[in-house]
Design a protein around this ligand. Sequence first.
Ligand code: PEP
Ligand code: MG
Length: 565
Amino acid sequence: MKGIGVSGGIGIGKVLRIEEHSLTYTPYTVTDTAAETTRFHEAVEKFCDNTAQQAEALKVSAGEKEAEIMLGHISIVKDPFLLGEVDKLIGGGQCAEASFESMCDMFISIFAAAEDDVTRQRAADVRDVKTGVLSILLGINEVKISEAPAGTVLCAAELTPSMIAEIKKENIVGIVTATGSTTSHSAILARVLEIPAVMSVPDIMTSVQNGEDIIVDGSKGAIILSPDETALQTYAAKREKFLQERKELEKYRGKPTVSADGTAYELVCNIGKPEDAAKAMDGDGEGVGLFRTEFLFMDKTSVPTEEEQFKAYQQAAIILKGKPLIIRTLDIGGDKDIPYLGLAKEENPFMGFRAIRYCLKNRDLFKTQLRAILRASAFGNVSIMFPLITCVEEVREGKALVEECKAELTAENIAFDEKIKVGIMTETAASGIIADLLAKECDFFSIGTNDLTGYTMAADRGNSDVSYLYSVLQPSVLRMIKSIIEAARQNHIPVGMCGEAAADPNMIPLLISFGLTEFSVSAPSVLRVRKYIAGWTKEKADAVAAKAMSFATQKEVADFLNSQR
Ligand code: PEP
Ligand code: MG
């Protein structure tokens, strides 16, 4: 069965079903409203006591930050408005259950309708609080997760943070739920507790029996029910390998990114949403090397306003606490469509009216974004990056607009970083060929190998018929990367890489040898890339790079680099 893998690793164990309690009751009218109010407040107090105990347990098993999620439940139930309204309803003769439930449902429907994930998550928190208090009022006894034996895989329709708080880490080897996704609190907690978890398996509760054998593959988002002996052995081996690797990688957490001979590198992350900045920090990234802003535009039905964009960029800057944040201006077109912009259908969308080309022709939209980025620069270490640059004029025009926005903000008395850096993505063949000219026009380069490979090889990354050509290890692409890095170094500007190749173990020695200064990768890849970098000296990397660059075909390069890992 398939779902979403929200916490990596392999769990092999026996199913424990967490049944949804029936919280049904028949609402009744109360005459002694004072006694009913007392009964309600006693239930709230009991809920708070239980929750505080769970938070305490969670502080030990998961950490301070995670315990705060539980303490947040106490703030919800103690909200004076909520309590006041429930008191009024009870005062009017409704029973405590019905009074509390109707108020919670009101909050849930408001939060659930919100557009952002964070507010929607609050709906799940209120639901959790509602279940907790109603269970106490109705005297329901829950399955004690805290008493689950070693080797248990929890299966539930939904797993709330309070259920997770009861988990004894040493006993629970996996989690499977019918709902939930990567961003839900329980997913975050499962990751913190390092318990393999798969969510969004809709049929889970109709498919499993208590005590049944089950394998949870949290890395692939799959589960296997009643596995045979071969599957059990295969997955036991996979689990060993995963645990070994994880243990080894943890040694690199909190450490600087340095090669074996002590050269320091910047190891930052690629993000698509402001809240991903927190994931970058959790993953031990040293900042953000690429914030793909188009997702802010894709999630909406019209262009986000300056204020909306400012808030998003500011949020990321604040989370990063002064660590670098490179914000890439809108990179639409090609495979990224934004319907409300009404882009014309083109014969060759990847070569068409897109990214910086579109922005320079839609100055109002572009300036709105530049102003928002500039304003956010007052809150952190922010840089601007233009995508899809092919000629010097584009850089000059883009920078002129940045200057125009700066002048406007100064006139309006709005703070921004006067010295904000403006860099470009080198991701087209043209930018690679004139990298020396471009380096004189901007503050930094970031090599976008995803597009650079496609544009150099004239091979669409999405077309399987030409995928045999689409490889960063093609001699042409490697030469392009080498000359971009050389041009940057000769002109004394930093040069990073934010394409997928930055995390490719075959590429690391070449990038060290060529002189790359920054690696920007996905958050889960940070520790792995730090380990790869630590494995190379400049001398060894130079020797491997020289040999790799001497081959005439991609296959020879790939075979050679595979043999050097
Ligand atoms: C790239 O092209 O390498 C890149 C990082 O940008 P995107 O994948 O967003 O096009
Ligand atoms: Mg690109």
